[in-house]
Every structure is written in C-alpha cells, then in structure tokens.
Design a protein around this ligand. Structure first.
Ligand SMILES: NC(=O)c1ccc[n+]([C@@H]2O[C@H](COP(=O)([O-])OP(=O)(O)OC[C@H]3O[C@@H](n4cnc5c(N)ncnc54)[C@H](OP(=O)(O)O)[C@@H]3O)[C@@H](O)[C@H]2O)c1
Length: 286
C-alpha cells in the first residue's frame, strides 16, 4: 500500500523545505495543507483515519510544521485528541525544524563530551530551538544554564523544562554582555548558541580564553555568527581547545534525523514524534 504523508502547516504556504524532505524520505504521496488552524484539525484528521482500514492506517501519517512553534504544538494536541481507539495515524511535529535541530545539536555535543554532570550554557535559550536544547540536555542529566536577555523568559523556560524532565538541574540567567557573560561561559563545558539568525551572542575572545570549554555549537547560519570565531561549516573543528560546530555542520545530522523520523512514521499507526521521540531516533543514527 502506498505511503501518504499529510502535511499540516500553520503558515499560509506549506513549507517547501518540509515538502522536499518528505519526497526524499520516500513518501509516495504528499498531501500539503497550509494555514491549518486548530479548528481545521478534526475534519482533516477524520479524512485521514476514516479512509483506510485500521490494519492499513500505518501507511498514512501526519507531519505538523510551520514557522510558529507554539501554534504547531497546539495543533499537535488537537490532532492527538481527534484520534480514538484504533483509528489513529502516527504524527510528527517539527515546526521550524525545532525538534530535529535541537536533537542534532545535543547529539553532536554528546559525541565529544559526557553530558551527565556537564555544565551547559544555552544562549538564546528561550527560542523554540534553545528551549528544546535545554530540555534534551537536562534529560541527559547535564546542569543547564538557560540564558536570555530577560530573566523572566529564562525562568519560564526552566519551569517548562522541569515539568518535562522532573529532577532537571537548571538555572536561569540574563547576563549583561561583558563580565557577567564571560563568567557564565567560563564555568561551562558546553555552550550552545541558539539565538536569532544574524545575531552575535558570544564574541570570540570571550570563549577562547575558557579552559573548561570542551564543545561550542552555534546554530545560527546567518552572518555574523552567533559565536564569534566559529564558521557555519565547522563540523567537529578543533579551535582554541574546543570542538566547534556551526549551523551547517549540525545541519547534516539534522537532515538525517528528519528523514529517518519521516520514514519511521510508517512503521505503525500509533507513534507521536515530539522532542524526546525525535531525539531517540537521532540516537539510533549515530
Ligand atoms: N542549522 C539548522 O538546521 C537550523 C534549523 C532551525 C533553526 N536554526 C537556527 O537556530 C537558531 C535558533 O532558532 P529559533 O527559531 O529558536 O530562534 P529565534 O526564536 O529567532 O531566537 C532565539 C532567541 O534569540 C534571542 N534573540 C532574538 N533577537 C535577539 C537579538 N537581537 N539579540 C540577542 N538575542 C536575541 C531571543 O531570546 P531572548 O529574547 O530571551 O533573549 C530568542 O528567544 C536560529 O539562528 C535559527 O536560524 C538552525
């Protein structure tokens, strides 16, 4: 039976990026819907679950994307609540690439550093990618410092991560550029910069002086780099005593995870690929 991926995108135009990846992951048919709101979810889900018999529903799956990650999460909840009994299909949520990117970043770090007990600093930790990086690092038992320009935003992320990962060791920080930031970086074994595109969060001279820093990962591909001195194409590049990754260096694993997750959606009809599940798929690939 042919594999059908139903793409729900919260943006007006379904993401061409997500569509290309779906084709490359081997789906036979891609049904793309743009501008999908929660009110649209139930009839669209019913169309997907009432057509094929329960034994064949594993050949249909749903992908949720779009630039608004909060809207994607809300849509995922609606989609899940529209399923009942055996009438369900597997679903993956990766709005703005947030889950696959965070999973790839943490798995890159894990190649070079035992994460349990490591001291990790997540710059730009309040965005969709950064908060997932913080969650995954906390689940790996790292001590995570979530940094933001606004302490209350970092506090909110810490609360959400503790809810997702009970017992997580977290602290929030709003370091002013300069001494406070330098102090935070000096205590870190791992820095992940997940700030907005084209914004430098950490100057080169600040991390180069840090003896404890083992791994530095910058997820921003748009110049200037989020971490000065790291190139977007760095992939386990040794620089000033640290192993460095840039956005393109992490991107290869991200793409691999995205395609593998799409392919695994079709293994059964009851899977939900959220942040943690997508990370587990990534783990199986490295
Ligand atoms: N390599 C890949 O495959 C891939 C895939 C997806 C995304 N990305 C990249 O990953 C990064 C994170 O993505 P995202 O969607 O989570 O980012 P985002 O929401 O645009 O920004 C993340 C955080 O950056 C901070 N920020 C925003 N503007 C800033 C400014 N002018 N100065 C300092 N800080 C600022 C904000 O934190 P506060 O307001 O709390 O300070 C914000 O929450 C982006 O650079 C994105 O392009 C890479």
């Amino acid at each position: 039976m042919q594999r059908i991926l139903v793409q729900f995108d919260t943006d007006a135009h379904p993401s061409s990026f997500d569509r290309v990846v779906a084709v490359d992951a081997g789906v036979d048919h891609l049904f793309s819907y743009g501008g999908v709101r929660t009110a649209d979810a139930v009839p669209l889900v019913h169309g997907a679950i009432f057509t094929r018999g329960p034994q064949d529903l594993k050949h249909t799956a749903i992908f949720i994307g779009g630039s608004n990650v909060a809207a994607g999460e809300e849509l995922l909840n609606c989609v899940r609540s529209a399923f009942f009994g055996p009438l369900r299909v597997s679903v993956m949520m990766d709005s703005n690439g947030s889950n696959t990117t965070a999973a790839a970043a943490v798995l890159c770090a894990r190649k070079h550093l035992p994460l349990a007990g490591a001291s990790a600093l997540v710059l730009g930790g309040t965005g969709p990618v950064g908060r997932r990086v913080a969650q995954l690092l906390a689940a790996e038992k790292a001590e995570v410092c979530v940094a933001s320009r606004a302490l209350e935003k970092a506090d909110e992320v810490c609360r959400a991560v503790v809810e997702a990962v009970p017992g997580a060791r977290l602290r929030s920080l709003a370091p002013k550029p300069g001494a406070a930031l330098a102090e935070a970086v000096a205590g870190a074994n791992l820095v992940v910069a997940a700030g907005a595109a084209g914004v430098e969060l950490l100057p080169a001279e600040m991390w180069r002086a840090c003896d404890r820093l083992r791994v530095a990962i910058d997820l921003n591909a748009v110049p200037p780099a989020g971490i000065g001195g790291i190139s977007a194409t760095d992939k386990a590049a040794a620089r000033d005593g640290a192993v460095c990754y840039g956005a393109i260096g992490v991107g290869g694993l991200k793409m691999k995870i995205h395609k593998a997750a799409l392919s695994r959606l079709f293994e059964s009809n009851d899977q939900v690929f959220d942040t943690a599940a997508i990370y587990r798929i990534g783990e199986s690939l490295i």
